[in-house]
Design a protein around this ligand. Structure first.
Ligand SMILES: [Zn+2]
Length: 552
C-alpha cells in the first residue's frame, strides 16, 4: 500500500510594513531610471556630490512613496496598490527613456484619449521588457506573500507609523540636501514631472479629487447674437466655402514654405498661399490644443476658465452657416458635438485605408456626399468644413505616407525611435510633411472645382509641433512652460480664391506682407469669424489677423 502525501506549504506571513518599505525602495530606485539618467547628465551635481545627492533624492522619493502606500496598506488593498504603482512606473520609465517625455496632467489626459490604433503604433518589445522587469518581476514576488491576519487596531497603528515615518524621512532628507534640491528644482522645472510614480499619482489626483478651478456648471452659450454681415451690401451669388484643416503634429520649421532647406512643400509652393512663420500653439498636445484653438478665450483665459463655453463652430452655426466636421483622427475632443460630424473610421476604401487607418486624402472622397446632407438654406449662406488630419502623428511616422511620397530615405521604420538614427527619423517625419503638402494641394484643387457654385478658401493650422531628437527629446506633450520651440511653433497657411479675395476684400498680397507677424492659436477664433464676416459681440477685431488686410 502506498502512502499518499499531501504537501502543505505553510508560508510564514510577511509583515506588511516590510512589504511597503521594499516596494517603496524598488519604486524609488528601479522605477526612476529616467530620473537618474537625467541627473547624471546635469553639470550642477557631478562626481561624489552627485552620487550623494542622487542617493538622498532616492530616499526622499522612497519616503514619499511610503506615505502614499501607508494609506493603502490594508489587508486587501496593499497588493493591488503596489501593483498599480509598479505598472505606472514601468510604463512611464519606458516613455521617458525612449522619448524624453514627462508625466504631467495633460499627458495623462492624452493617454486616456488615445485610441487603440494610436496605442498600437507605440507597442514594442522594449516596452514589454520594461514592464516585465520593472513591474511584473516584483509582482511575481509580491502576490504569493501571505499577509498576517491583524485586527483593525493593529493595522491602523502600523499604517499611521508608516505614514509618519515616511514623512519624517522625506522632510528630514530634503532639509539635509535643501540647497542642491531647491536650486535643481528651480533650474530644471521639468524634474518634478520625472519623479515616478509620484508624478502619475499627482496627475491622477489632479484630475479626480483635488478641488480645482476646472470649469464646471452648464455650458455657456456664446455668440448667440451672431449674424452674417452683408458684404458690401450685396448678397453673394456664390456663397463662401471655407475648409479649415486642423493639422496634426506638424512643426513649422520643417515646412520649406517657412525656409526649411529640404523641399517639403513642392505643391503648395505653386499655389497662391500665405504661410505665416511665427505662430505659437496653445498647447503641446492634441487634447490641450484642440479645445483652445476653437475657443474665444485665448490661451491664458482658457487655462483659467471657470466654465465651459460654446466654441467657434457653434458661433458659425448661430450665424446661420452650414458647418461640418470630418475626422480622420482620434476624434474632435468634444469640439464638434453640436454640429454635423462624420469620421472616416467606418470607411472601407482600400485605395485610401489600410489596417484601419486612412490617409488624409480619404476626407475628400465623401465630402460632397456629406455636404449634401447639410440644410440647404444654411448652405445657401455659406459653409465651413473642418478637416481633422492624421498628419504627422508619431512615433510611427513611416505609416503616415504612401510609398509614392517617400521622398527622403532611408526612413526609420521602428516604432521605437531610439533604435533609429536621427536622420532616419527626420526623413520619415519630413515625408509626412510632403504628404500633408500633397493633401493640402488636393484640398485646394477640390475647392477650385467648387468655384462655379461657391466662393472657396482654405485655412490650415497644426495643433502643436514635434521634437525630433533635439536635446534628446522626442514626440510632444512637454509641459508648456518648459516645452522646446519645436513643440510649440506651428505652420499656419491660408489660400483665398480670387472670388474670396473679392468677397472678403482681403488680398493674399497683403497677407504675404504680414507673414512674419507673431501670431498664435489665440487669433484663430476671431480670424475665422472675421473671414466669414460674422458680426457678434464675441468677436475681437484686434485678434483677427485678416482684419489689417481688409480693403488692402
Ligand atoms: Zn496633436
Amino acid at each position: 500500500m502506498r502512502l499518499m502525501f499531501t504537501q502543505v506549504h505553510l508560508r510564514t506571513p510577511r509583515s506588511p510594513a516590510l512589504i511597503v518599505l521594499l516596494a517603496s525602495v524598488w519604486l524609488a530606485v528601479a522605477g526612476n531610471l529616467a530620473l537618474w539618467q537625467t541627473l547624471s547628465r546635469l553639470p550642477d551635481i557631478a562626481g561624489i556630490r552627485g552620487l550623494v545627492f542622487s542617493a538622498a533624492f532616492a530616499l526622499i522619493i522612497a519616503g514619499a512613496v511610503t506615505v502614499v502606500l501607508s494609506l493603502f496598506a490594508w489587508r486587501w488593498t496593499l497588493k493591488p496598490a503596489i501593483s498599480l504603482l509598479l505598472l505606472l512606473a514601468a510604463f512611464a520609465t519606458y516613455y521617458m527613456v525612449m522619448y524624453g517625455i514627462v508625466v504631467d496632467t495633460p499627458m495623462v489626459i492624452n493617454v486616456f484619449q488615445t485610441d487603440v490604433r494610436e496605442a498600437r503604433d507605440q507597442l514594442s518589445w522594449q516596452l514589454l521588457v520594461s514592464v516585465l522587469v520593472l513591474a511584473v518581476l516584483p509582482m511575481v514576488w509580491l502576490w504569493p506573500q501571505v499577509l498576517p491576519k491583524q485586527t483593525w487596531r493593529q493595522q491602523v497603528l502600523r499604517n499611521a507609523a508608516l505614514f509618519i515615518g515616511g514623512l519624517v524621512v522625506t522632510i528630514g532628507t530634503t532639509l539635509g540636501v535643501f540647497q542642491d534640491f531647491s536650486s535643481l528644482m528651480r533650474n530644471y522645472t521639468d524634474l518634478r514631472y520625472k519623479i515616478n510614480p509620484l508624478n502619475s499619482v499627482y496627475a491622477v489626483l489632479d484630475l479626480t479629487v483635488i478641488p480645482s478651478d476646472r470649469p464646471s456648471g452648464p455650458l455657456q452659450p456664446l455668440g448667440v447674437d451672431a449674424a452674417i454681415a452683408p458684404r458690401g451690401g450685396a448678397v453673394p451669388q456664390r456663397p463662401p466655402l471655407l475648409v479649415f484643416v486642423v493639422g496634426e503634429t506638424a512643426r513649422s520649421q520643417n515646412f520649406s514654405l517657412n525656409g526649411y532647406e529640404r523641399v517639403t512643400n513642392p505643391k503648395l509652393a505653386q499655389e497662391n498661399v500665405t504661410s505665416f512663420t511665427q505662430v505659437r500653439s496653445c498647447g503641446t498636445s492634441t487634447a490641450e490644443s484642440l479645445p483652445c484653438m476653437f475657443s474665444h478665450l485665448g490661451r491664458d483665459a482658457f487655462q483659467s476658465r471657470k466654465q465651459e463655453f460654446e466654441n467657434l463652430l457653434d458661433v458659425l452655426q448661430h450665424a446661420g452657416y452650414a458647418v461640418l466636421w470630418i475626422d480622420n483622427q482620434s476624434g474632435c475632443k468634444d469640439q464638434c458635438i453640436r454640429i454635423p460630424n462624420t469620421n472616416t473610421s467606418a470607411l472601407k476604401m482600400p485605395e485610401h485605408c489600410e489596417n484601419g487607418e486612412c490617409r488624409d486624402t480619404v476626407m475628400l472622397t465623401h465630402i460632397e456626399e456629406a455636404l449634401a446632407k447639410l440644410p440647404t438654406e444654411r448652405r445657401a449662406r455659406g459653409t465651413v468644413v473642418v478637416m481633422h488630419q492624421m498628419g504627422s502623428h508619431g512615433p510611427a511616422y513611416f505609416k503616415r505616407t504612401p510609398d509614392a511620397f517617400k521622398k527622403f530615405t532611408p526612413e526609420c521604420t521602428d516604432t521605437s525611435l531610439s533604435r533609429c538614427d536621427r536622420q532616419q527619423i527626420v526623413n520619415a517625419y519630413d515625408n509626412t510633411i510632403v504628404f500633408t503638402d500633397h493633401f493640402l494641394s488636393q484640398v485646394i484643387a477640390w475647392l477650385k472645382r467648387q468655384e462655379k457654385t461657391s466662393t472657396p478658401a482654405m485655412l490650415y493650422v497644426s495643433d502643436h509641433g514635434e521634437s525630433l531628437g533635439e536635446k534628446n527629446i522626442y514626440l510632444h506633450g512637454m509641459p508648456y512652460n518648459v516645452a522646446p520651440p519645436e513643440q510649440t511653433q506651428v505652420p499656419l497657411i491660408t489660400w483665398l480664391s480670387p472670388g474670396f479675395e473679392q468677397l472678403s476684400r482681403v488680398s493674399t498680397r497683403c497677407l504675404q506682407s504680414q507673414r512674419d507677424k507673431p501670431l498664435s492659436h489665440d487669433h484663430l477664433f476671431h480670424s475665422v469669424l472675421g473671414l466669414m464676416a460674422v458680426k457678434t459681440t464675441a468677436y475681437q477685431r484686434e485678434l483677427d489677423f485678416f482684419a489689417p488686410c481688409e480693403g488692402r
